[in-house]
Design a protein around this ligand. Structure first.
Ligand code: CUA
Length: 186
C-alpha cells in the first residue's frame, strides 16, 4: 500500500476541468438552493404555521387577575384538582402558565370560535397540546390572543415542553372539546 503525506501530491485528476455531468449537478444543486431560499419567505406568508392572534404586552400579575376573573365567571364543579371553566362560544379564554400548572382546565365546544389568551406568570413555558401536537412558546409579559376553533371533539392534554424547573414534568393542563350537538350538556 502506498503511503501518503501532506507533502506528496495525491494521484488524480482533480485539477482538470469538471466534466459535463459534474457541471450539470453543480447547476442543479445551485437551483435547488435558490428554491429553498425562496421557500423561506414564501412559507412565512403561505405556510399557515404563523400564530393566528394579535400579540400585545401585558403585566403578568394583571394577566393573573384577568385569569382569576375568568375562573370566577365561568367556573364549574369538577372533581379535578384544578379549577375548571365552561365558557360560552365566542368568549375570551385565559390560560395562565406558571410553575407548575396550566390553569384553568377548559370545556369547549367543537365548531365554536374563541379567542385564547395565553401568557405566563413567571418564566418561559412551552404550551404543547396533545394529541393534536400544537406547540407554542409562552413568554411572560406577552399576551398571545390566538383565534381558535376546536374542530375535533375529545380530551386534550396540555404539557409544558420548555424546561422550567423541578416541577416541569408535572406541569399539566386539560381542554375537553364537546361535540357541537351536545353543546348544552356540558
Ligand atoms: Cu413549564 Cu416546563
Amino acid at each position: 500500500m502506498e503511503m501518503h503525506t501532506g507533502i506528496v501530491s495525491p494521484k488524480g485528476v482533480w485539477w482538470k476541468p469538471a466534466s459535463q455531468q459534474e457541471k450539470l449537478w453543480v447547476v442543479i444543486a445551485f437551483v435547488w438552493c435558490m428554491v429553498l431560499f425562496a421557500m423561506m419567505p414564501l412559507w412565512h406568508a403561505k405556510g399557515g404555521q404563523n400564530p393566528s392572534g394579535i400579540r400585545s404586552t401585558v403585566d403578568p400579575t394583571e394577566f393573573k387577575q384577568r385569569t382569576d376573573r375568568f375562573i370566577e365567571e365561568y367556573g364549574v364543579e369538577d372533581d379535578s384538582d384544578y379549577p375548571t371553566v365552561a365558557p360560552p362560544p365566542g368568549s375570551d379564554l385565559y390560560l395562565l402558565g406558571q410553575k407548575w400548572a396550566w390553569v384553568p382546565a377548559m370545556r369547549l365546544q367543537a365548531g365554536a370560535s374563541y379567542t385564547l389568551h395565553i401568557s405566563s406568570l413567571d418564566i418561559n413555558h412551552g404550551f404543547g397540546l396533545y394529541p393534536a401536537n400544537i406547540n407554542f412558546q409562552v413568554v411572560p409579559g406577552y399576551d398571545y390572543a390566538l383565534r381558535i376553533t376546536p374542530n375535533k371533539p375529545g380530551e386534550y392534554y396540555i404539557v409544558c415542553n420548555e424546561f422550567c424547573g423541578i416541577g416541569h414534568h408535572s406541569m399539566l393542563g386539560k381542554i375537553v372539546v364537546a361535540p357541537a350537538a351536545a353543546g348544552g350538556a356540558l
